[in-house]
Write a protein that binds this ligand. Structure first.
Ligand code: FCB
Length: 448
């Protein structure tokens, strides 16, 4: 595997985390409950009954974690803000002690020479808003805009670029359609108003950010979709899945229209959720950068029974991660070129805001992770050579952490191993590899 890649001199290297997955301290300093606290407490919801109550205890250990970032030589750090830490009931009075944590974090990052890249929503909705319908309730979008205002007003003097939402596809489908993530609803396609309301929230927050001279990004989990065969049936199934997973979340933002969802049985107004003017609110602010979270491609076949209009099938003959996700680095190259071809001039610069893998028997010599990252960076560099504007790469993740429904131990994604009993951090081989890669890129990029 190569350990150097032909990337622009100002290419930015980073790592990503999310609040509920690392912070812990769920009852400290006035934080309110989130949907993930409530969901994780349900018997059987999370593997081994784990919760994020302590996670990596980053709330207290952030100076040590920033020292690890500094050791890597990161340009940027993507983290998320816990909405219920700042606004315990999702709206109304600001919790000063919670907000102060992000002040300290941002200042410590800046002192370490690392640019903070906050995500405003990485799935931990305040439970009080869930009690009012969560993302199925249109009002949640307006509460989100108020929360974005609080954050931008407090940190906008030091934080230039913001990600509004993380992966609205995954949150909608796992959280509202299938119920395997919080808030645990099982609405199938009737979950899609939650997608529209998140996109509306994005648009409203992007306007708030722009009004303050700040940049607005959106991170989507995108996947290149391939039909299992060239048959008309498999191709139609692949198109239906592509509309649901990818285009539903990028077309309205970049093109100002929803894709055709009729193959899913979803009406144009998404069950009445789309009001006149909404598409403008989503599209008009514009997007300053598309955050791309890439893990794997998806193979789709025509359905074999009633129910869904597609079947997801495995991709055989390729390695799989501990999660069972197929490892196909070339698919990242294909996806980036597809985005360029599909959106043309409407496509803003791309930043890879997540990419990484969980490794079975993950130990400190984590060779499979190095191979995974190297192969994906190679695919990314080829897309840059093909003319795609890609500004940075944030690996998922800095630390082993609370992997949602999989709990703490089974899916470790970190460059740094975390012993959850002692909170001891141990850098893995991938940490040293990434550090050396960043240093070599920087050395080559210096003026001679
Ligand atoms: C992404 C999530 C992130 C993490 C990785 C493995 O879908 O955004 O929080 O769980 O998957």
């Amino acid at each position: 595997m190569p350990d150097r890649f032909d990337l622009p001199a100002d290419f930015r290297w980073g790592a990503a985390t999310a609040a509920y997955q690392i912070e812990g301290a769920v009852e400290e300093d006035g934080r309110g409950p989130s949907v993930w606290d409530v969901f994780a407490a349900r018997p059987g919801a999370v593997r081994d009954g784990h919760t994020g109550a302590v996670a990596c205890d980053h709330y207290h250990r952030y100076p040590e974690d920033i020292a690890l970032m500094r050791g890597l030589g990161l340009d940027g750090y993507r983290f998320s803000v816990s909405w219920p830490r700042v606004l315990p009931t999702g709206a109304g009075a600001v919790n000063g002690a919670g907000l102060a944590f992000y002040d300290r974090l941002v200042d410590a990052l800046l002192d370490a020479g690392i640019t903070p890249l906050p995500t405003l929503f990485h799935w931990d909705l305040p439970q009080a808003l869930e009690d009012e319908g969560g993302w199925l309730n249109r009002d949640t979008a307006y509460r989100f805009a108020e929360y974005a205002t609080v954050m931008a007003d407090r940190l906008g003097d030091r934080v230039p670029a913001w990600i509004t939402l993380n992966e609205p596809f995954v949150h909608t489908v796992y959280g509202y359609a299938l119920g395997t993530h919080a808030p645990g609803r099982t609405l199938m396609f009737e979950a899609l108003p939650a997608a529209h309301h998140q996109l509306l929230a994005h648009g409203l927050a992007a306007s708030v950010l722009h009004d303050r001279g700040l940049l607005a990004m959106l991170s989507n989990n995108l996947t290149p979709v391939e039909p299992a065969s060239p048959s008309a049936e498999d191709t139609a199934a692949a198109e239906a899945y592509d509309a649901l997973h990818n285009r539903l979340f990028t077309d309205p933002v970049l093109l100002g229209r929803y894709p055709d969802l009729s193959a899913l049985g979803v009406p144009d107004d998404i069950f009445g959720a789309v009001h006149p003017g909404d598409i403008d609110l989503i599209h008009t602010p514009g997007l300053d950068g598309l955050g791309l979270n890439f893990y794997n491609p998806t193979r789709v076949a025509a359905p074999t029974g009633p129910g869904l209009p597609f079947d997801l099938v495995d991709i055989p003959d390729v390695p799989h991660t501990a999660f069972g996700w197929p490892v196909v680095p070339e698919a990242l190259h294909r996806l980036l070129l597809n985005l360029r071809d599909l959106y043309g001039k409407a496509l803003p610069p791309i930043t890879i805001t997540e990419n990484g893998c969980s490794v079975t028997e993950d130990t400190v010599p984590d060779r499979p992770r190095i191979d995974f990252m190297a192969a994906h960076l190679d695919a990314l560099a080829r897309a840059v050579a093909d003319g795609v504007d890609i500004r940075g790469y944030y690996t998922w993740s800095l630390l082993d952490n609370f992997e949602w429904a999989e709990g703490l131990f089974s899916q470790r994604f970190g460059l740094v191993h975390v012993d959850f009993a002692t909170q001891r951090r141990t850098p893995k081989a991938s940490y040293a590899w990434y550090r050396d890669l960043i240093a070599a890129h920087r050395a080559r990029s210096l003026p001679h």
